[in-house]
Ligand binder design. Structure first.
Ligand SMILES: [Cu+2]
Length: 441
């Protein structure tokens, strides 16, 4: 039986506050409601979220609701909204039509605001969710701190260029705002773990010391069926839901990230993010079915491409390098029409990986370098390896306005690897906007 949809009100207040990431180790965080991450916003599919954001930061901000198919005016980008000035409040109001794991984060001066903790999770439940014994969110992050636990600012040319090229990665590894937290669970039980990569640039290659686990969902909700793996790449912006367990009594293991080579100056290492301790056995009510749903293909693999987006990295005297879309920075791309199927080829012509993020709409990957993907999924963020062409399909439904796509390595986004485009309602006249650029401090 379907419950009545309801309106759920949250009050979020942004501020600068002290946050203990480990005993005796305190940072000056920027975040929501004096906690890092911000509170988990919970709803059922079909509910309306009303989120009143009061900004008490020393600078303006906006909040982007990553993965939610909402009206353009609620997307939290400065293309559609005047940023919330210090002392001001803005009320976001939108329906959450799909179940799954989403997140919210600052979409203004992200290289500073997101790095300091301006993010939180959104969990949208549904009556069709598999039954698990527990449901947890794990927000992955890393911070780059000096010995006094202050956020570093690269002052010299070479470190600045490295941070711009690689994206900002730090040695302070966090899950839910804590360094190496202990996760206690019962033997014999199966839990749903929702991983959200909220870091600026870290590629998180999930590994549980070789223990197999089942991937059950990603950006746009459940997969068609569970996939059993021992490692799983989660790039910045992406979500992966897994069924973890059952494990044996007195087992203990690390939630770790294996090194992933995304062709950066600084080389990745195997690193521990949390420690799981399995306690006494408890009865399980979990049931993970063999099939969750059917995801209908939006288009055939050989569907005609109607837009090509080239991602590239080029030298720059001033910055060391620029990050480009179609050979330009911060581009204004052509509009798309409501109801017209989009088949885009994203061509990563650069020599490094980029997680491609589309705002407001889910896409399906039709092929990667000419090959169909191994499984169907609804995605809003998809990693594109070097010298790779990815063909995606998506449908602009009736939500006109200005949207964007960008690399979710925050420093690449800021350095130009992004495009604005309008979704237009053909029944109304279209007025193209003058070129505008995002401003970064
Ligand atoms: Cu990138």
């Amino acid at each position: 039986m379907k419950n009545q949809s309801k309106e759920i009100v949250y009050n979020l207040e942004t501020s600068v506050f002290n946050w203990e990431i480990a005993p005796g180790k305190t940072i000056e965080a920027w975040g929501f409601n004096n906690q890092l991450p911000g509170p988990i916003l919970q709803a059922n599919a079909g509910d309306t979220l009303v989120v009143r954001v009061t900004n008490n930061l020393p600078e303006a901000t906006t909040v982007h609701w990553h993965g939610i198919c909402l009206p353009a005016g609620m997307d939290g980008t400065d293309a559609m909204q005047k940023p919330i000035e210090p002392g001001e409040m803005f009320e976001y109001r939108f329906e959450v039509p799909q179940s799954g794991t989403f997140w919210y984060h600052s979409h203004t001066n992200e290289t500073v605001q997101m790095e300091r903790g301006m993010y939180g999770a959104i969990v949208v439940n549904s009556e069709f969710d598999p039954v698990t014994d527990n449901d947890r969110v794990f927000m992955i992050d890393d911070m780059k701190l000096d010995e006094q636990n202050n956020f570093t600012t690269p002052k010299w040319y070479v470190p600045r260029v490295v941070e711009r090229h690689d994206g900002r990665e730090g040695d302070t590894l966090l899950i839910n705002g804590k360094e190496n937290p202990v996760i206690n669970m019962h033997a014999g039980q199966t839990e749903r773990w929702r991983f959200i990569n909220s870091s600026s640039a870290r590629y998180f290659l999930l590994h549980m010391e070789g223990r197999p686990f089942r991937v059950i969902g990603t950006d746009g909700g459940l997969l068609e069926k569970p996939r059993t793996v021992t490692e799983l790449l989660i790039t910045p912006g992406e979500r992966m839901d897994i069924a973890a367990g059952p494990f044996n009594e007195d087992e203990s293991f690390a939630i770790e990230s294996l090194p992933y080579n995304r062709v950066t100056f600084l080389k990745a290492q195997r690193q521990t993010f949390a420690t799981v301790i399995v306690g006494a056995a408890k009865q399980s009510n979990a049931f993970i079915p063999g099939v969750f749903r059917t995801i209908k293909p939006l288009a055939a693999q050989d569907a005609e491409i109607n837009r090509t987006i080239k991602l590239s990295v080029g030298p720059s005297l001033k910055n060391g390098m620029n990050f480009k879309v179609n050979n330009d920075m911060h581009v204004n791309d052509q509009p798309v029409k409501v109801g017209e199927l989009q088949v885009w080829e994203i061509n990563n012509a650069s020599l490094m990986d980029h997680p491609f993020h589309l705002h407001g709409f889910f896409f399906q990957v039709l092929e990667v370098n000419g090959k169909a993907p191994e499984y169907m999924a609804w995605k809003d963020t998809f990693n594109i390896t070097p010298r790779t062409k990815v063909k995606i399909a998506w449908m602009p439904d009736n939500r006109p306005g200005t949207w964007m796509y960008h690399c979710h390595i925050i420093e690449h986004h800021a350095a130009g690897m992004m495009g604005h485009f309008d979704v237009i309602d053909d029944s109304k006249p279209y007025v193209s906007k003058p070129a505008h650029h995002m401003h970064h401090h």
